[in-house]
Design a binder for this molecule. Structure first.
Ligand code: UDX
Length: 455
């Protein structure tokens, strides 16, 4: 099928490359010139496992192209994805200006054929399918004839770091539409994934036993709500684990044991129960704010969702309080931070706990030395005003530091010996914000160890 995608961010680029790999003909429209340049050369502007190799392949096959203009690319498309950014405004409401621009451009290009499906792939507020229709018709300058186009909702659940895996082997595909032809067209688009009939790319092998992917066919509003509810639930699950961890610390229980003990109950499940420095990333905070905003618009006070957010905010501050307790005066003290990215496997810093911790430590007068195997260039680029020293390696960051705070569970960190850490620090305080080590082993190595939810 002919596919046009607005936006070469995480969702747009990964979806485009994967659909091209499956044999569709994909054109991605991106307004940032440097991104277009880099994608054309086969280098993805984002760090994502397997993406560059797959991008190079689909560019060579001729199935994938990227352009900076919507001129002429809407007319020929069977399916048009809107995958542009929807950053939060100060109020928590999603900023839809890029969605509007894309919808106007789509409206402008419609009308030469029938049955084009416009898909909201970006996470948009509940009810946006209707809003997008209004903008499309503004761009078209009127109402197109019946069945020229329709807007469908197809939320994206990919995680950063495993984006290609999640796109090829998702837990489910959610399609929300109010025209049966649109559902049929989208099912045809995703057929190779639904039936798992494609040959797995060498970079991202198929999980054993996966022979079909669940499909949820529903109305548009429910599809939009599924995305918010999924992210709100996952964030709540982590905040729950963090709240339990905070109680564990007080009563002398170990949250790792407690999470394992409850996670074995199949009704609970063991995933997303890791206590630590809290959740971050581009989705959880943004989607929770948007859902809270929507609920309040309708006169409902979403207490549980608000607590999910406030427990997470406090969890980040707790890391700093813990350091204060251990170190007492922070002013003028040298502190090392390992891990900036909001999670391992990505260079993304959006809403990362490290940003809160760095800001607070700076305010308290600490001298901060940081190390992250991937995300340091992002911090330099996006937060040039931060007064931090960038170390060339994990151990180098420790020299002369009176404490180490670990904020991202990069696998390389847990492979560093506790003895080495204790020796490199000038005072052996370890605040383990991701529970990488066990308290007993850390203390045996001479460290003043503070995990989360274990004493
Ligand atoms: C998330 C959703 O998982 C994905 O379905 C959605 O499409 C986008 O948002 P992502 O933001 O890439 O994906 O990251 P995810 O792996 O879900 O982790 C989110 C945050 O939660 C990270 O900061 C991570 O460190 C934290 N986390 C995760 C925990 O603190 N504990 C856990 O047990 C799991």
């Amino acid at each position: 099928m002919q596919v046009t995608i607005f936006g070469a961010g995480y969702v747009g680029l990964v979806t485009g490359v994967v659909l091209a790999e499956l044999g569709h003909r994909v054109t991605v429209i991106e307004v940032v010139a440097e991104k277009v340049q880099s994608i054309r050369q086969g280098t993805s502007p984002i760090y994502e496992h397997g993406l560059d190799a797959m991008l190079t392949r689909v560019l060579a096959s001729g199935n994938f192209q990227v352009t900076d203009t919507s001129e002429g690319v809407v007319e020929s498309a069977d399916v048009i994805f809107i995958a542009v950014g929807t950053p939060p405004l100060a109020s928590g409401e999603a900023d839809l200006r890029y969605v509007r621009q894309a919808a106007l451009a789509i409206g402008h290009g419609l009308g030469s054929r029938k049955r084009q499906v416009v898909v909201n792939k970006a996470t948009v507020p509940i009810g946006s399918a209707n809003q997008v229709e209004v903008w499309i018709e503004d761009g078209f300058d009127g109402k197109p004839a019946e069945d020229v186009y329709t807007v469908a909702s197809n939320p994206e659940f990919l995680r950063e770091g495993t984006a290609i895996y999640d796109t090829l082997y998702p837990d489910r595909i959610v399609l929300g539409a109010d025209r049966s032809w649109a559902l049929e067209q989208l099912k045809a688009l995703y057929r190779p994934i639904l039936d798992q009939t494609f040959s797995p790319p060498p970079e991202v092998m198929r999980p054993r036993g996966l022979s079909a992917v669940a499909l949820v066919e529903t109305d548009r509003i429910s599809a939009e709500m599924i995305k918010y509810a999924a992210n709100a639930f996952l964030a709540t699950k982590i905040s729950f684990a963090n709240e339990i961890a905070n109680i564990c610390e007080r009563v002398g229980a170990d949250v790792i044991e407690v999470s394992r003990g409850i996670g074995l109950d199949r009704r609970i499940g063991d995933r997303f129960l890791n206590a630590g420095a809290g959740w971050g990333g581009s989705c959880f905070g943004k989607d929770l704010s948007a859902l809270i905003y929507t609920a309040e618009e309708y006169g409902y006070h979403p207490q549980l969702l608000q607590s999910t957010v406030s427990v997470n905010r406090d969890q980040r501050h707790r890391i700093v309080s813990r350091l204060q307790n251990a170190l007492k005066t922070i002013k003028g003290r040298r502190v090392a931070i390992w891990g900036l990215a909001f999670k391992p496997g990505t260079d993304d810093l959006r809403d990362a706990p490290s940003l809160t911790v760095i800001a607070e430590l700076s305010r308290l007068g600490a001298r901060i030395h940081v190390y992250d195997p991937v995300a340091m260039p992002t911090l330099k680029r996006d937060y040039p005003e931060l007064e931090v020293v960038y170390a060339n390696g994990a151990i180098e960051a420790l020299a002369g530091a009176e404490a180490l705070i670990v904020l991202t569970e990069w696998p390389a960190f847990s492979q560093i010996g506790l003895d080495q850490i204790a020796q490199a620090l000038s005072r052996p305080i370890l605040i383990d914000g991701r529970n990488l080590w066990t308290p007993g082993a850390a203390r045996a190595a001479g460290l003043d160890y503070h995990g989360v939810g274990r004493s």
